[in-house]
Design a protein. Sequence first.
Length: 544
Amino acid sequence: MNERMRKLMLLFMTVFIPVGGPVWSQPNFVPHMTDVTKQAGVLFQHSIGDPDMSNIVESTGAGCAFFDYNGDGHLDLYLVNGSYDPIISHPMGRRNADKLKNALYRNNGDGTFTDVTDQAGVGHKGIGMACVSADYDNDGDADLFVTNYGPNVFYRNNGDGTFTDATREAGLENDLFGIGATFFDYDQDGFLDLYVGNYVSYDPDYRYYYAAESFPGPLAYKGQPDVLYHNRGDGTFEDVTEKAGVYNPEGRAMGISSCDIDNDGDMDVFVCNDAMENYMYQNNGDGTFTNVAMLTATGFGQNGEATSAMGPEFGDFNLDGLLDLLVPDMNYGCLYKNTGDGLYEEMSAQMGLASVLGQYVSWSGNFFDFDCDGFLDILIVNGNAHHLEPEEDCIFWNDKGQRFIDISAQCGPDFQDKFVSRGSALGDYDNDGDLDALILNINDRVRLLRNDGGNRNNWLMIDAGGARSNRDAVGARIRVTAGGFTQTRDVMSSSGYLSQSDHRAHFGLGQLNKAEKVEIRWPNGGVQTLTDVSANQVLKIQEP
């Protein structure tokens, strides 16, 4: 080795391998993600309404959801579609007029699904964006909210396999450009409230843009205010946006997430905005919120830049009991580590994400324990923002909270296929103990990816149900202690970009055959503790 090479190697080791620092490990095994969409009977094809992506509306949607609409213990699928609109779509899409609709697939419990869209009455035909599900009326079944470019739609579950459009009755009519949404009980009255993010005032006649991008970006249009709806508890909602202090007329929301960021027992809201600062709304406990994005260092990216932030997700990736924040974007992504003193530290470069994600346009991100080893891994789905040019998705393995390692190439041949992805959700649809993935690809087929091998390690799933708290237990904080380590999960509504994952809290236990302690802090503040809980089960826990 010549002197120049020796110096370069020394420089590399100095910059990237700190003296006395950890030695990065590799996973003992890597599960495969097997594309079972066709064999499962899921034939849904998303469409933007015409053959080519020609505007920001078509580029923005859509999402998907894992949720159990009929209460049989098996996760069903809801898939959001686009639509032909003569004002914004290319004329070549006329053949799609009034033919495109959302879809609901019922899980048959044997690895297959049946399309029950028409039977259930949830085949909305709007230009769809997000979908989130929650039991808003505490009657024991899952209701469904869908955002659109144009009027949103809210379906009340009738409890017999069908839904009723209750949008007007519930007071959830909204003619803005609806994007992400989240259910959460911000005032702890036992009923789930709803935060709806809105995007931009799209003008189809505005045609000034860089030709290579095919259409104008978000800064070409005025932003729109989000809406916070308070659940009155009688089946209706009221708009409390201004009263609650979350009115921002120039927001450009993309993704919304809610959890207890400051561990004070009430739920806060994080809003990803496009090409401008994000909002972090801290719950003041009196029905109002304060935007602390600048104070917490979550308003911008690592270098103070306004990112094109997409779908956020909270999770404790380093097992310190504090919920961190993952925000994919069009550049390198952001991973905000919760420092515990009211601040977040952006760690995407140090943790190994930025060097990989810099080559993609990332939309949805999910924390999930891919191999059930007790540490949260990351799924990122990607796709070009201005063209129907596919990109591969990514899975990052968590090396004991010290670093994330790109293992995408080891996840099987099916995972290498490229799509123009948008929404993603995680859930154990086959109830075998490991988390599977549902990915919504625009102008293409949806993908259901079965996790094959994640359950080689032990696991535990907590299905929490509220009594005095909301029935879904959204806002509950669950801590599982096993082998001297404690994992923390919040039961949350929305997940990733425009989507929703399994409400059940999933914990990997590695080689341990039990958890020494399971502690649940219910949304109303009560704490329940169980000891010596056996592994490899879905444990239903009802609030006392």
